[in-house]
Design a protein around this ligand. Structure first.
Ligand code: HEM
Length: 397
C-alpha cells in the first residue's frame, strides 16, 4: 500500500514542493483530500487540460457546490463549462479583456498603484503587512473598476473572494459553512444591484460591456452574467493578491535578485514571469474524468475527480532545468500558470499589467525591504496559494 499523501496537511500548506516532487516521481496516484487523482508532471498536466472531452470542468463545478451549499452561481460560470456551451460564452465575454479594455484601464490602475505606494511608504521602517496594505488593495480596487464602482468600494470583496476560493475541497466547521452560505447570498444581492445600476447608467466598465448586445445582437442571460461576476472574485482577486505578495516573499528570500530588480526596474516583467513559475499564485484546478481513461501510463476510472497540479508542472525538471532554482535569467513566459487549452485565463494580460504597474510604482521608491522573522500563514486553499499576511520592513530610497 502506498502511504497517504495529503495536499491540505499543514506541512504541505507550508511547503507543497517536496510533495509535488514525490508525486512527479511516482506518477499519477490518489491523494487526500477526498481521494483526488493527482496529476503532477508537466506533460500529463498539459494532456489533461487540453482534453475537455475526457476531462470535464464539471470537476471544478462540483468543487464549488459541495452538499452543504444549495446555490453557488460560480458552479454555472464560464470556467466550469465545457465546449460547446463554453465556446459560445467565452466568445461573448473575451472582448472585455482585450487590449482595448486594458488601454482604458492602464492609467487608472497606475494611479491606484501610485496612491497605494504613497500610503504604504508613510508606514516605512515600521513593520507593515504588505498583503493588507498593498497586494490586497490593488486587485480589489481593479475589480471595483471592472464593476464600475466608485473609489475604494467594497472591502467585503476580498472576504467574499476568500470564502469562494476556500470552498473546493475545504474542510469547514458548521459555523464557517453558515458564514460562507451567507456570503453567497450577500454577493448575489450586491451583484444584482450593480447590474441594475449599470443598466440604468452604462459606463466604460466591464459590467456595462457585458450587458450590451454583441454585434450579432445576442445578449447574456441574467444567470450567465451573475455567474460570470461571481467567478471573477476567485479568478481575478485572490490570484493577483498572491502574485504581488509572493513576489515580495520570494525577493525577501533572494537578496541578490532583490538588489538587482530594485536597482533596475526594467527587470520587473522578467521577475513577474519567474515568480509565476517558481511561487505561482494558482496551484491547481479540478477536472472530472468522463470515461475510464489513461494518462501517463495510469488508468483513471470514469467519474474520478482529478486535481491538476499546475504548480507542480512548473517545477518539472524535464521542462525547466534546475526547476527549484529561482532564476531571473530564465526566458519565456510561464503559460501553464494561467491554465492550458480552452480555459486559458482570460485575465492573464490584466494580471500581468496589474503586477507590473504595482511593482513599477513601488520599486523605484524602495532602497530595500526585509521580511519580519517568524512563520508565514499560507492560504488554506487547494487552488490559490499565497501568504495570508506578509510582515515587511520597507526602507525608502
Ligand atoms: C496571476 C493571476 C492569475 C492566475 C495565476 C490565473 C490563473 C487562471 C487559471 C489557471 C485558469 C484556468 C482554470 C481552469 O482551466 O480550470 C484561469 C481562468 C480564468 N481566469 Fe485567471 N488567473 C489570474 C488572474 C485573473 C484575472 C485578473 C482575471 C479577471 C479579472 C481572471 C479571469 C479568469 C477567467 C474569467 C477565467 C476562465 C476562462 C475560461 O474558462 O475560459 N484571471 N485563470
Amino acid at each position: 500500500m502506498q502511504p497517504t499523501l495529503d495536499l491540505m496537511s499543514p506541512e504541505t500548506r507550508a511547503n507543497p514542493y517536496p510533495l509535488y516532487a514525490e508525486l512527479r516521481r511516482t506518477g499519477i496516484r490518489q491523494v487526500e483530500p477526498g481521494g483526488l487523482w493527482a496529476v503532477s508532471r508537466y506533460e500529463d498536466v498539459a494532456a489533461v487540460m487540453k482534453d475537455p472531452r475526457r476531462f470535464s470542468s464539471e470537476g471544478l463545478a462540483r468543487g464549488f457546490l459541495p452538499p452543504w451549499i444549495d446555490r453557488n452561481p460560480t458552479a454555472q460560470s464560464l470556467v466550469v463549462k465545457d465546449p460547446p456551451a463554453h465556446t459560445r460564452l467565452r466568445g461573448r465575454v473575451a472582448r472585455a479583456f482585450g487590449p482595448a479594455a486594458l488601454n482604458i484601464l492602464e492609467p487608472k490602475i497606475r494611479a491606484i498603484a501610485n496612491e497605494l505606494t504613497h500610503d504604504l511608504l508613510r508606514q516605512a521602517e515600521a513593520e507593515v503587512d504588505f498583503v493588507e496594505a498593498f497586494s490586497l488593495r490593488l486587485p480589489v480596487r481593479v475589480l471595483g473598476l471592472l464593476f464600475g464602482l466608485e473609489a475604494d468600494p467594497y472591502p467585503r470583496l476580498k472576504g467574499w473572494a476568500d470564502d469562494l476560493v476556500s470552498i473546493p475541497a475545504g474542510q469547514h466547521p458548521p459555523e464557517e459553512q453558515a458564514r460562507i452560505r451567507q456570503s453567497l447570498v450577500d454577493m448575489e444581492r450586491c451583484f444584482e444591484d450593480i447590474i441594475e445600476a449599470r443598466r440604468a447608467s452604462p459606463g466604460d466598465d466591464l459590467v456595462s460591456e457585458l450587458i450590451r448586445p454583441a454585434d450579432d445582437g445576442s445578449v447574456l442571460t441574467h444567470e450567465e452574467l451573475i455567474s460570470f461576476l461571481f467567478s471573477l472574485l476567485p479568478a481575478g482577486v485572490e490570484t493577483t493578491v498572491y502574485l504581488l505578495a509572493n513576489t515580495m516573499y520570494v525577493l525577501s528570500e533572494h537578496p541578490e535578485e532583490r538588489a538587482r530588480v530594485l536597482a533596475d526596474p526594467r527587470l520587473i516583467p522578467r521577475l513577474i514571469e519567474e515568480v509565476l513559475r517558481y511561487e505561482p499564485p494558482a496551484h491547481s484546478s479540478l477536472r472530472l474524468a468522463t470515461e475510464e481513461t489513461e494518462v501517463g501510463g495510469v488508468r483513471i476510472p470514469s467519474g474520478a475527480t482529478v486535481v491538476v497540479l499546475l504548480a507542480s508542472a512548473l517545477r518539472d525538471e524535464r521542462q525547466y532545468p534546475q526547476a527549484d532554482r529561482f532564476d531571473l535569467t530564465r526566458g519565456g513566459q510561464s503559460h501553464m500558470v494561467f491554465g492550458h487549452g480552452v480555459h486559458y485565463c482570460l485575465g492573464a494580460m490584466l494580471a500581468r499589467l496589474e503586477a507590473r504597474l504595482g511593482l513599477e510604482a513601488l520599486f523605484p521608491r524602495l532602497r530595500d525591504f526585509s521580511l519580519a522573522p517568524g512563520p508565514i500563514a499560507w492560504s488554506r486553499s487547494l487552488i490559490a496559494r499565497g501568504p495570508l499576511a506578509l510582515p515587511l520592513r520597507l526602507f525608502p530610497a
